[in-house]
Design a protein. Structure first.
Length: 620
């Protein structure tokens, strides 16, 4: 790594003196680089040092392991780390669950009171809570761990005996229960050999919403944590640094790196606030702006950031799929009718069509203005839905995760992207993946992905012809592509897809009417081959050019208009919005554009303060 950073030397002084520390710095200051430097010095000094690093997500775990692949370094998510400490103490976990449920600190549908004899098998850590079966999820692991550490001081001794150093990456995203264990329940640093180091930035707490601020502030004030501040910014050009300095509220003013080897050395770049008064700015219009001349719109060079997924679906051209999964107005209407009928004790028999229910219950079938407007915009939708079972429609969920699954956020993101998606969308994504492999000339991978065996040259020719035809079906309807992929043996219809069609015939039929091109666009998005992303999904990354849309995206937790109308407010919504804006703006290595549609005068006044008068521009 070369010369040891002064901040790393400071951290080493604290650690050697038996003190815990907190290293904080703004975006692009190289906090992870400093953590790497600290680790290198520790291992050089004590090769057998026992070090554990905990962080918020599995993706972050992979990134740390990739940067520092030392076998002796243990890296895990916070939840996995805590579970590894407490999971063997099953008797105590049962006692904790009984106490937490009894205190109302943990939700339970079980008949109270419960006791430790309820569970016959060991308590396990799963994705979802099922207390009756002894399965606890992420939130419960934190509550149980805090309870056990507070009730049993021996756990603190066990932790200290197991490790010499505990490093917490992105401390601002660490759940409050965990910080309470580390900063309040564990003995004072002078009473233990374990050293704890925190790395992060309180101004980027987009996951925990700043809930940790008070605990961290108290630990600094009482001397439990020794503050180390990184002031240099090695990522952003000068124009962006000026903007993000205006967004911080902790008094830290970053300075551009003076190191000639720094990526941003001497760069001025650009940071502009743009707005339109008439039509909203879409990607096609963005490409035509003179200020974007010379920009590459490839995904590796640019990120177009929206808060809501529906805006990305619209821009990335899979709006019909998103509407089907997120806001199907026929489903919404059917559920309203169901609720009205239920309130009057009217039951609908199985197999009765939605149309028949509407015909027989006209007085209970009035439409909301939104639903009526949707049916006027799409006259085909209500007649189409009316032929399907009423119970099929009301059982149809509205959940965009069943469409989008888990989006890839980096090359080190090895999460299962299809785990949250339903069987139909996973099947369609498999078809598009095969098409993508074929387009890219990855023929060995194509052969592995096929649902048929190549046993002869003639069969190979047939498959090649079939693949060529499948590739040309971009504009065909999804239903046609499903049939062809199955008939040709390229991607056969699995049992899960058949069951989905039988269980959800209405949704299956709606999806089949959509052009397959939307699946191709969806695949581009979830595999990060497009420039679009949610604002939550870019933390820790960087691109040359960043476009940020200040649209609340249907979230009631964010309000950028309120933020800019009252930028000094410490309200939770304004604070959350400010931190989100800080994170997104600080991704830019060259140019930054922040966009608002029809801003208020107060918004424009704040924009001029943050960006400078000459950098606030009307573009349409």
């Amino acid at each position: 790594m070369g010369a040891v950073e002064c901040e790393v030397l400071e951290a080493l002084v604290h650690a050697r003196a038996g003190r815990d520390f907190l290293m904080t710095g703004g975006a692009g200051s190289g906090k992870t680089y400093s953590m790497q430097g600290f680790l290198e010095e520790i291992y050089a000094e004590t090769p057998q040092a026992r070090v554990v690093c905990v962080t918020y997500t599995n993706v972050a775990v992979n990134e740390i392991r990739n940067r520092f692949p030392t076998p002796s370094l243990q890296v895990s998510t916070i939840h996995e780390f805590l579970w590894s400490l407490i999971s063997r103490y099953q008797k105590n976990i049962r006692e904790a669950l009984v106490a937490l449920v009894g205190e109302g600190a943990m939700k339970s549908t079980l008949d109270a009171p419960i006791d430790t004899h309820l569970w016959k098998r060991p308590i396990s850590y799963k994705e979802w809570l099922n207390l009756a079966e002894g399965e606890i999820s992420h939130a419960e692991v934190l509550k149980v761990a805090l309870f056990l550490f507070a009730e049993h001081p021996t756990l603190s001794k066990i932790l200290a005996d197991r490790y010499d150093y505990l490093l917490v990456d992105e401390y601002q995203d660490t759940p409050v229960d965990v910080l309470k264990i580390l900063l309040e329940v564990l003995p004072e640093p002078t009473q233990r050999s374990l050293r704890i180091g925190f790395f992060g930035d309180g101004e980027q707490a987009i996951h925990e919403g700043g809930a940790s601020k008070e605990l961290i502030a108290c630990a600094k004030e009482n001397g439990r944590l020794n503050l180390i501040t990184k002031k240099q910014n090695r990522r952003n050009p000068a124009s962006v640094i000026r903007v993000i300095n205006n967004l911080r509220t902790d008094g830290l003013k970053q300075v551009q790196a003076k190191d000639r080897n720094a990526p941003n050395f001497g760069k001025e770049g650009s940071a502009r606030f743009i707005y339109t008064e008439k039509d909203e700015l879409d990607t096609a219009s963005l490409k035509q702006l003179p200020i974007c001349r010379g920009w590459s719109f490839a995904s590796q060079d640019l990120k177009i950031l929206y808060l809501g997924k529906s805006a990305i679906a619209r821009e990335n051209r899979f709006p019909r799929l998103m509407e089907i999964y997120d806001k199907d107005r026929a489903v919404e209407y059917a559920k309203k009718v169901r609720d009205r009928l239920a309130s009057k004790g009217i039951l609908v028999e199985d197999g009765v069509s939605f149309g028949k229910v509407l015909e027989d219950n006209q007085q209970n079938a009035t439409m909301t203005p939104i639903v009526q407007k949707a049916f006027e915009a799409d006259p085909h939708l209500l007649p189409f839905a009316s032929s399907y079972s009423f119970h099929d429609l009301v059982a149809t969920s509205s959940n965009s995760d069943k469409l989008l699954g888990t989006k890839k956020v980096s090359d080190l993101d090895d999460r299962d992207r299809g785990q949250k998606r339903d069987a139909l969308i996973n099947h369609l994504v498999s078809i598009e993946k095969l098409r993508s492999l074929y387009r890219d000339g990855k023929f060995n991978a194509v052969i592995r992905a096929l649902d048929t065996s190549l046993t002869s040259i003639a069969e190979r020719r047939r498959i090649a012809t079939s693949l060529e035809h499948l590739e040309e079906m971009n504009c065909a309807l999804i239903g046609e592509v499903i049939e062809y992929a199955d008939f040709s043996g390229l991607v056969t219809r699995k049992d899960a897809v058949v069951r989905f069609q039988e269980k959800h015939p209405y949704r299956f039929a709606r999806v089949c009417e959509v052009p397959f091109e939307e699946i191709a666009r969806l695949y581009e998005y979830v595999e990060d081959h497009s420039p679009y992303s949610t604002q939550h999904g870019v933390k820790g990354s960087e691109w040359d050019n960043i476009f940020v849309s200040l649209d609340n995206g249907g979230w009631n937790m964010y309000n950028f208009e309120k933020l800019m109308a009252a930028p000094d407010s410490d309200g939770s919504i304004e604070s959350r919005s400010r931190m989100m804006l800080y994170v997104t703006c600080s991704r830019a290595k060259e140019n930054l554009l922040v966009y608002v549609h029809k801003p208020t005068l107060a918004t424009l006044a704040t924009a001029e303060e943050w960006f400078g008068v000459g950098n606030v521009l009307a573009v349409g």
